[in-house]
Design a protein around this ligand. Structure first.
Ligand code: ZN
Length: 240
């Protein structure tokens, strides 16, 4: 088995299609989605339907939650809130109900998947360093866990202590635990504009990040045509 692990699509259809094409070319046999299918960009319906129609395992992201419920968004960053209000109007009641019922945590084969962290998945905590990763590991009962949420690919390892390694691939040692952020398909924030996802090759126990170019100009045009905030188009080019 060879898994493609992808998340934080954020309604970026061109990026999602490019990632799925790359994963197929890379021989991936199974697909798992880390959540945040919608929010920020202009194709929530198409992205949701691609993931849903394939019946791939998926976990809920905070934007999936916010887009599928009716609570006020005033505490949120105003740009994200504006995009979510717009997204709520694009999705049908039935699509929003599907988003609302996505599970927070899943186990797939021998690994776990969560959008934010395993210690308090419903609190949407951001893990940006090894200290923040420590509390996750206490709740991680599989060797390997994949997550998203920060839009930055990262590899945390717990041996006798927790470390972060700056590599684009890692061989999984069954003696240790790994908490791996697969980066973002539709709105990377590590300074690289290209779509990001991870491949887990089971026979070789290797996890590696992939970066994929996509039709950025089309995505930006759609954001502008939808009347979404201009900053959402600009940030894609900067990978921020
Ligand atoms: Zn996200």
């Amino acid at each position: 088995m060879r898994f493609a692990l992808f998340g934080d699509i954020h309604a970026n259809l061109e990026a999602l299609e490019a990632v799925l094409e790359d994963a197929a070319n890379q021989g991936c046999t199974d697909y798992v989605c880390m959540g945040d299918l919608v929010g920020y960009n202009a194709d929530p319906t198409a992205c949701l339907e691609i993931v849903r129609s394939q019946n791939w395992p998926v976990v809920k992201g905070n934007h999936d939650e916010d887009a599928s419920e009716d609570h006020p968004l005033e505490k949120m960053n105003p740009v994200a809130a504006e995009a979510l209000e717009w997204t709520r109007k694009q999705l049908s009641d039935e699509q929003r109900a599907w988003l609302r019922h996505i599970r927070m945590v899943r186990q797939v084969e021998n690994f776990t998947v969560v959008h934010s962290t395993l210690d308090q998945p419903q609190s949407w905590t951001y893990v940006t360093n090894k200290f923040e990763a420590m509390s996750n590991f206490s709740y991680q009962f599989t060797n390997l866990c994949f997550h998203g949420h920060t839009h930055v690919p990262r590899i945390f390892i717990r041996e006798d202590r927790v470390t972060e390694i700056e590599e684009t691939s890692v061989i999984i040692n069954p003696k240790f635990k790994y908490f791996i952020n697969t980066g973002s398909v539709g709105q990377p924030r590590d300074g690289d504009w290209r779509a990001c996802y991870a491949i887990y090759d089971v026979p070789t126990s290797t996890v590696s990040f992939r970066r994929v170019e996509y039709d950025l100009l089309t995505t930006q045009q759609k954001i502008r045509a939808a009347g979404l905030p201009e900053i959402l188009a600009e940030r894609l080019a900067a990978g921020r």
